[in-house]
Design a binder for this molecule. Sequence first.
Ligand code: AMP
Length: 215
Amino acid sequence: MKIIMLGAPGAGKGTQAQMIASEKGIPHISTGDIFRANIKEGTDLGKEAKTYMDQGKLVPDELTVRILLDRVAKDDCKNGYVLDGFPRTIPQANVLDEELAKLNDHVDFAINVDVPDENIISRMSGRRACPKCGATYHVKHVPPKKEGICDKCGSELVLRDDDKPETVKKRLGVYHEQTQPLIEYYTGKGILRTVDGTVDPKDVYAAINEILAEV
Ligand code: AMP
């Protein structure tokens, strides 16, 4: 099953993507995590991506599409995947559809985790991420077992630079301008499903599970 998670930054799509992926036994692919891993390793790709990410801008389509297509071509993606943070623009969605069509394949669902802007900024300031393994938490909604420490790998959690309030405001603007049109795009394809992202993450997940049972 191939699933796309849509939603504003901070809507909780990463948390839901992780839950779906572990339940279904398919990889959770976050382009943001791939960029961050490259930044950490100091690769050329990381250096280029960082200049955009630090400003709350999108990394150019060409670069983003290349890393995504490389990733989904790997063996562990044979039975599907959950994409978190890709596509973020109409051209990215077009490339994904074209590449899948070549393989006689398609995206099954685009799940829009809907959260109004006014909830997003206060939410993001509570977000914490593991710089080592990429796991994400929220101090209130998805706390780690031990405060400030990653459940999965024991590293110290951080507030990412791009989750800071000034960057979040910029990212919301970019989301409305460049990513929101994807809602219409996937509605047109008949695969968009919207869930209320303001409720408890477990209830968001239950709503998503009902949708996935449609297949
Ligand atoms: P995320 O972790 O998904 O919120 O992504 C963090 C940042 O990485 C974004 O603000 C963008 O700068 C960049 N990024 C991640 N995914 C994409 C994408 N599909 N297209 C362009 N930029 C992206």
